[in-house]
Ligand binder design. Sequence first.
Ligand SMILES: Cc1cn([C@H]2C[C@H](O)[C@@H](COP(=O)(O)OP(=O)(O)O[C@H]3O[C@@H](C)C(=O)[C@@H](O)[C@H]3O)O2)c(=O)[nH]c1=O
Length: 180
Amino acid sequence: MRRIDTAIADVFLLEPRVFGDDRGFFYESWNHQVFVDIGLDVEFVQDNHSKSQQGVLRGLHYQIQHPQGKLVRVVAGEVFDVAVDLRKSSPTFGKWVGFLLSVENRYLAWIPPGFAHGFYVTSESAEFLYKATDYYYPEHERSLLWNDPAVDIDWPLLSEPQLAVKDAQGKSLAEAEVFA
Ligand SMILES: Cc1cn([C@H]2C[C@H](O)[C@@H](COP(=O)(O)OP(=O)(O)O[C@H]3O[C@@H](C)C(=O)[C@@H](O)[C@H]3O)O2)c(=O)[nH]c1=O
């Protein structure tokens, strides 16, 4: 695994070593020791899988209690994936990073607890897999508004995105509950 740092210190990409042969390919998509070696001793408790069509934007989600760290990847298609730092005490509070995750680059992205997370589907459809360090608590889930000018995410939009009602009604950074 090669670690690729981003503009936010705690968010990074991992490029796995993919072994191809005439049968197909193999790679390790999660290895606890590798994470320990790069300084993160995390325990995952839930795996999720979603499929979305082109133009869908999911997010930006976080849990205000039981914040989740997420290890995300794409196994079909391509998405523009975004993390927003919601830790008030962080020097990068309110800042975002975005990267393309695709079946071609096979990047994994680490989104730490304390971040809002979302993605926009740029391919015809995309399948998105992620591991989470805490369970889903819908009562603690919050949605940060995807197009809040105060955050100013440069989404690679093809047209008006397709959103869930809860995400269309997301809260701006100024109104949102954030972390200490
Ligand atoms: C997230 C989640 C949803 N669900 C259910 C609730 C709902 O009926 C249905 C769809 O849920 P949502 O609309 O919240 O799915 P979705 O918009 O895909 O939510 C996800 O978005 C991305 C960006 C994230 O970062 C994730 O943590 C998660 O919040 O699935 C679970 O049962 N367990 C879960 O962990």
